[in-house]
Design a protein around this ligand. Structure first.
Ligand SMILES: O=C[C@H](O)[C@H](O)COP(=O)(O)O
Ligand SMILES: C=C(OP(=O)(O)O)C(=O)O
Length: 366
C-alpha cells in the first residue's frame, strides 16, 4: 500500500482558503424518510415516465407539453398554477401529454438567483437544507394533484433528493457539453432532454445524447449520502430539445428538418422537443404563442419528428426583479418572462387541435 501523505494543515494555510463556512447538509435518505414517495405516487411517477417514453418512441401520437414557470420561487403560487394546469391537462388528455415544469435549479449566464433549492429565502442566505425540503414537498403536492413533473438537473448531488419524483428531466444549454452532466444523465431513471448550446450548436446536444446513452463510471453520492462510485447503465431515452441560440431561433420547419437529419446521421431516433422560450422567443414571452403557432402548423402538416414542446408559463405574464425592498407580485416569474395563464390555455387549445390534425394525416389502418 502506498503511504498516503496529507498536506501539513497545522497553520490552516493549505486547504479551504476560499471557503467561508461549511454547513452540514441533510442526507437524501433522511429527506426521503421525512417526505416519502408513497406507493400511489410511485406508481404515478412510473406511469408518467412510461407515458413520456411512449410519446418519444412514437408509440403514442400525443404531443409532450412541458409547461410551467421558468423557476419556482413561491411554492403556493406554483401549486395554484398546478391546479389550473391539471384541469387543462385533463381536458386535453386525448391529444396532449402535459408535464408540469417544476424547475428548482437555475443555471446563470453570469450571476443571479440560482433557484429555490439553492436559496429558498430569495435573499442570498443559501439555506440549501430548507430549499431541498421545500422543493421535495412541492413535488409531492404536484404529483398528488395527478400531474407528472419535469425539471432541469444542474447540480450533480441534488438528484438523489428529488429524482424519484421526476418523469422528465433536462440537461440545460449551459451544461450540455459537460461530462459530469452527461454521466449524470446516463444514470437518471427518466427520459432526459438535451438542450442545444446557447451559441446554437446542435451537434453538442447530439453528442450529449450519444454520451448519456452508454454506461459510465463516476464518483457521486448514494442515497445515504455516502461517497460512492456510480456505475450507470446508460439512458436510451435521451432526446434533443431545440431552444434557439447564437441570436437565431431553431423551431422553424427547416431547422427541425436539419436537426432530424443530424439525429438520423448519428444513428439516433428522429425526435425533437421544441422550446418556445429562451432564444426561440428572443426571451420575449409575447413571442411564445407565435412559436407555438408555427409548431402547430408543422404538426398539422404531418411532421411526426416533433414529439414535444416546452412553454414557460405562470399565473401572470412577464417577469419581475427580485427586489428586497418591494413585495413580489403573486404568480409572476422572477427569472425569465413567462406567458400568463389565459394565453397558456389558448396555446394548449391550439396545440391540441394541431395534434388532432396531424392524427388525421395518418393513413387509416386497414
Ligand atoms: O431559463 C432561465 C434562464 O434563461 C437561465 O437561467 C439563464 O438566465 P440568465 O442568462 O438570466 O442568467
Ligand atoms: C435554463 C433553461 O433553459 P436553457 O438551458 O435552454 O437556457 C430553462 O429551461 O430553464
Amino acid at each position: 500500500m502506498p503511504t498516503v501523505t496529507t498536506p501539513d494543515t497545522e497553520t490552516g494555510a493549505v486547504i479551504d482558503q476560499r471557503i467561508d463556512r461549511v454547513v452540514p447538509l441533510t442526507t437524501p435518505a433522511l429527506l426521503l424518510h421525512e417526505l416519502p414517495l408513497d406507493a400511489p405516487l410511485t406508481s404515478a411517477v412510473l406511469a408518467g415516465r412510461r407515458a413520456v417514453g411512449r410519446v418519444l418512441d412514437h408509440a403514442d401520437d400525443r404531443l409532450l407539453v412541458v409547461v410551467g414557470p421558468c423557476s419556482v420561487h413561491d411554492p403556493a403560487a406554483a401549486l395554484d398554477y398546478a391546479h389550473r394546469l391539471r384541469e387543462a391537462a385533463d381536458r386535453h388528455a386525448e391529444d396532449l401529454l402535459v408535464v408540469m415544469r417544476v424547475y428548482f435549479e437555475k443555471p446563470r449566464s453570469t450571476v443571479g438567483w440560482k433557484g429555490l433549492i439553492n436559496d429558498p429565502a430569495l435573499d442570498g442566505s443559501g439555506d440549501v437544507n430548507r430549499g431541498l425540503r421545500t422543493a421535495r414537498a412541492l413535488l409531492l403536492d404536484v404529483l398528488r394533484l395527478g400531474l407528472p413533473v419535469g425539471c432541469e438537473f444542474l447540480d450533480p448531488i441534488t438528484p438523489q433528493y428529488i429524482a424519484d419524483t421526476v418523469a422528465w428531466g433536462a440537461i440545460g444549454a449551459r451544461t450540455v457539453e459537460s461530462q459530469v452532466h452527461r454521466q449524470l444523465a446516463s444514470g437518471l431513471s427518466m427520459p432526459i432532454g438535451m438542450k442545444n448550446r446557447p451559441d446554437g450548436s446542435i451537434s453538442t446536444a447530439v453528442d450529449a445524447i450519444r454520451a448519456a446513452g452508454v454506461p459510465h463510471v463516476f464518483p457521486g453520492i448514494d442515497v445515504s449520502g455516502t461517497p460512492a462510485i456510480m456505475h450507470t447503465r446508460g439512458n436510451a431515452d435521451g432526446h434533443l430539445v431545440l431552444r434557439g441560440g447564437g441570436g437565431r431561433p431553431n423551431y422553424d420547419a427547416e431547422s427541425v428538418a436539419g436537426a432530424l437529419d443530424l439525429l438520423r446521421k448519428a444513428g439516433l431516433p428522429e425526435r425533437v422537443v421544441l422550446d418556445a422560450s429562451h432564444a426561440n422567443s428572443g426571451k420575449d414571452h409575447r413571442n411564445q404563442p407565435k412559436v407555438a403557432a408555427d409548431v402547430a402548423e408543422q404538426l398539422a402538416a404531418g411532421q411526426r419528428g416533433i414529439v414535444g414542446i416546452m412553454l414557460e408559463s405562470f399565473l401572470l405574464d412577464g417577469r419581475q426583479d427580485l427586489d428586497p425592498t418591494r413585495e413580489l407580485t403573486y404568480g409572476r416569474s422572477v427569472t425569465d418572462a413567462c406567458i400568463g395563464w389565459d394565453t397558456t390555455a389558448d396555446v394548449l387549445d391550439h396545440l391540441a387541435s394541431a395534434v388532432r390534425a396531424r392524427r388525421a394525416t395518418l393513413p387509416t389502418p386497414a
